[in-house]
Design a protein around this ligand. Structure first.
Ligand SMILES: NC(=O)c1ccc[n+]([C@@H]2O[C@H](COP(=O)([O-])OP(=O)(O)OC[C@H]3O[C@@H](n4cnc5c(N)ncnc54)[C@H](O)[C@@H]3O)[C@@H](O)[C@H]2O)c1
Ligand SMILES: O=C(O)C(=O)C[C@]1(C(=O)O)C=C[C@@H](O)C=C1
Length: 363
């Protein structure tokens, strides 16, 4: 039996556990410092075994994944370095930052066990084991940061296990990881939070700000609902990178301000065109289940029965719909339905079907 110990079974640790549990030859052990949490892991069926004794959790483990907040990872790795672990055991983590933990692993010079940093590029604003999903990492990138001295067969063993996540593995240097992920994840979280707090201040004087906030505001601020402790740790750990990014952001905002001040319509238009062109090149389909899969947007008249009509047409053709979301629905005003599919083939057939039914669709 291959024993996998998950240290901290929350959104990410729990999703990893669900990807591995029940796979032939694998047993998953969930560790928590808190007995009621360990009981919950078992009750929810996310792990095979659970407990609060770290020694028992890691004893004989073939793989150990550190899945707590970023500030807990280095102390936990230091603790592991002084514990008897199975020779050849691979220790990894799922933390959103990599450089300081990888440096810590190098300093510790683990004896007979290996450390390979990891970071699945999928998640959600939700947290805790209740939010875990076995589909979370599907089609997402999963960064691994092996040390230069990590033997290839050790890397391959971890890669083999992580195949169960259905993610696409990518090797990256830890510092490069922190710079890139700082820009595409940490900076956007700061911006989303600052934006929500700015609007919350206006709302103190007039409740209409919150009431009128619609799709645009909600889309750009979803991640502002993320866990405060998880994000405090990420930002403090990647502080140097995020500080530089904030300087660039301030310059970007200043340029926008100047365009507006001078009434430079062409300049504003150019910025929107450039952003749209870059965004359209992004690999939209590489997403986990908690964000979206293959989406199609349909303009629908607001009359009863339209959802049923579309659902029956899909049912008749064996098209599997995984989610449906009504984005706008007001009397007499056309609404927008977002339909999500897990399979690209279902998505393509749905588009053909909808067009055939006379609906206007957008991808
Ligand atoms: N949320 C995301 O979208 C996301 C995505 C990729 C990676 N990550 C990273 O994954 C890790 C876990 O994040 P999450 O979103 O699953 O958070 P979570 O809050 O859902 O889970 C955190 C887990 O760590 C445990 N924990 C809390 N404090 C601890 C401590 N002091 N010592 C040991 N364990 C402790 C909690 O009991 C919980 O099981 C973080 O390092 C985060 O940076 C998060
Ligand atoms: O989709 C979300 O809610 C996320 O914030 C996921 C997200 C991100 O894309 O920024 C957050 C943190 C990670 O470490 C990886 C992924």
């Amino acid at each position: 039996m291959t024993k996998v110990a998950i240290m901290g079974v929350g959104l990410i640790g729990g999703s990893l556990a669900l990807c591995l549990k029940g796979k032939p030859g694998i047993t998953v052990y969930g560790y928590s410092r808190n007995p009621s949490q360990a009981e919950k892991y078992l009750k929810l069926g996310v792990v095979d075994e659970a407990g609060t004794d770290m020694g028992e959790a890691v004893r004989d483990a073939d793989f150990i994944f550190l899945c707590g907040p970023v500030s807990t990872l280095e102390p936990q790795l230091e603790q592991l370095a002084s514990m008897p672990l199975k020779p050849g055991c691979i220790v990894s983590d799922v933390g959103s930052t990599k450089a300081s933990l990888v440096a810590c692993a190098r300093r510790l010079a683990l004896n007979g066990v290996w450390f390979i940093g990891g970071h699945p590029m999928a998640g959600s604003e939700r947290s805790g084991v209740e939010a875990a999903s076995s589909h979370l990492f599907e089609n997402a990138f999963y960064v691994l940061t092996p040390l230069p001295e990590t033997p290839e067969d050790v890397y391959d063993r971890l890669a083999q296990l992580l195949k169960h996540t259905k993610a696409q593995l990518i090797r990256l240097d830890a510092q490069a990881h922190d710079e890139i992920v700082g820009a595409i994840s940490h900076l956007p979280h700061v911006i989303a939070v600052a934006l929500v707090n700015q609007i919350a201040r206006y709302n103190d004087g007039n409740e209409l700000y919150r009431l009128l906030a619609a799709g645009g505001f909600k889309d750009i601020t979803r991640i502002a609902s993320s866990d405060s402790v998880i994000w405090r740790d990420i930002l403090l750990n990647n502080r140097e990178v995020v500080l530089k990014l904030l300087d660039d952001w301030n310059r970007e905002m200043e340029q926008f301000r100047l365009l507006l001040e001078s009434g430079d319509g062409d300049g504003i238009e150019r910025r929107f065109r450039d952003a749209k062109a870059f965004r359209e090149q992004m690999p939209e389909r590489r997403k986990g289940v908690l964000t979206s899969l293959y989406d199609v947007y349909v303009d629908v008249p607001d009359h009863p029965g339209v959802i049923g009509e579309i659902a029956s047409a899909f049912g008749e053709r064996g098209i599997n719909l995984s989610n449906i979301h009504i984005m706008e629905s007001r009397e007499e005003v056309p609404g927008v339905l977002r339909l999500s599919f897990r399979q690209e083939t279902d998505w393509q057939r749905a588009i053909e079907t909808l067009k055939g039914m006379g609906y206007s669709v957008h991808m």
